[in-house]
Design a protein around this ligand. Structure first.
Ligand SMILES: [Zn+2]
Length: 214
């Protein structure tokens, strides 16, 4: 009788996304997650039905079957609060599952169940039983921080630094790559706020040294 809780028993593409899912849920909810089931065999499924853990009609495993490896069940890994949804723990995890492309929820009484049902989320139990499995689940890319603003022309430079950057251009310290604006100033400065601040501090420091030398 097999009822695994190991992520590596899932299909590799689902396993990889399952690991990302667990990490994202932990970040979002502040609680560690546990896995109560990944894959199971026919014998265990019949046993689960006999114990009332699975619906009477679910006599053979489908998405959870050893051959499929497309579903896993989660719980909150905190003693006494495993299935507690009073703080919408499962809803928060479910929202992440949906964002990643998983199917959730399959029923209101089974909020811990997550499965991969293809890009249209419409794969059926019947298909699985016929041995037709959904295509590979794309590896979820975690959204990165928005790319930092880059300023290319004097008019784009924020007011706090406009005259400073203009003076760098006038002194030919900042020359750019040759593309110029209507006034002849570089139009390909490629400056970030961090770079501007560093340049300003450097200038201040140099002024101080020059002063000290007087
Ligand atoms: Zn399940």
């Amino acid at each position: 009788m097999i009822n695994s809780t190991k992520i590596e028993d899932l299909r590799p593409d689902v396993a990889a996304n399952c690991r990302i899912f667990l990490e994202l849920c932990k970040q979002e909810t502040g609680f560690p997650l546990g896995i109560s089931s990944t894959v199971r065999d026919d014998e265990w499924q019949r046993y689960a039905v006999s114990q009332g853990w699975a619906p009477k009609t679910a006599t053979v495993p489908t998405f959870h079957s050893i051959k499929a490896g497309l579903a896993f069940d989660i719980f909150r890994n905190v003693k006494g609060r495993e299935w507690d949804n009073s703080d919408k723990f499962f809803d928060k995890c479910g929202a992440i599952a949906l964002k990643m492309g998983f199917v959730w929820p399959i029923s209101k009484s089974d909020l811990g169940h997550i499965q991969w049902g293809g890009p249209k989320r419409n794969w059926t139990n019947a298909q699985i039983l016929r041995g037709e499995y959904p295509p590979e689940m794309p590896l979820y890319k975690i959204e990165s921080e928005e790319e930092e603003m880059r300023y290319n022309t004097l008019s784009e430079i924020p007011n706090y630094a406009k005259s400073f950057v203009k003076s760098l251009c006038d002194k030919k310290i900042l020359v750019g790559g040759g593309i110029v604006d209507a006034d002849g100033y570089p139009a390909d400065m490629n400056l970030t706020d961090d770079m501007i601040r560093t340049l300003m501090l450097t200038e201040k420091r140099l002024a101080k040294i020059t002063d000290d030398l007087k």
